[in-house]
Design a protein. Sequence first.
Length: 225
Amino acid sequence: MRSSDDMMNTPIQKRSLADEVASLISAYIQSGHYVVNQKLPTEPELMKQFGVGRSSIREAIRMLANSGMLRVQQGVGTFVEEYSANNETLQQRLKRAKARDIDEVRQLIEVKIAQKAAVNRTEEQLAIIEEFLVQRGKAAQAGLLEECVQADINFHLSIAKASGNDILIDLYQAFSSQLKDWFLQIYPDTQSFIQTNELHKSLFQSISERDEEKTLLYATQILNH
């Protein structure tokens, strides 16, 4: 059996996903290396320990905080919460979920995200949303299904990022990351994306104009298509 010291000195090989970091931190908590109310090492220390970048560390911490395993106190640090054998990160739970169930939950929050984006979006975020809208339209017209699906996901994700609500952003990103394969299975071609292109343009325009009422209308129409 490997000691906790051996575990602490084992970096993740190559570029690793945030859920690998989360799994290792979870293992340290379960093994007792980190105990309840103990403060985790700083971001730079965790980056060095796992051999990953700051964004991967932050995402892993968010995942574990969402699962209830960690709590983040702004300006103080990150601490271990009570551990339960049932604790599971959101990303891990979604990997077990049916794609249809994931999409159903995603749709429940998509309208609210669009409304928040109409209020909180910046000009820079608006430019990114428009860029993905253009990519979506071009890929749809060219019949490039995979590129079209990815552009569509990126379009809606960029709207989520413009919402200004970190929890909504994390949730939407988690759901969307699981959907691409399913979309490629249920859409035989890009016709559905072509049919909804004008609605997506209208959604973008309403967000651009900060018109919450129209944003809600077009977001709902897209989901009902």
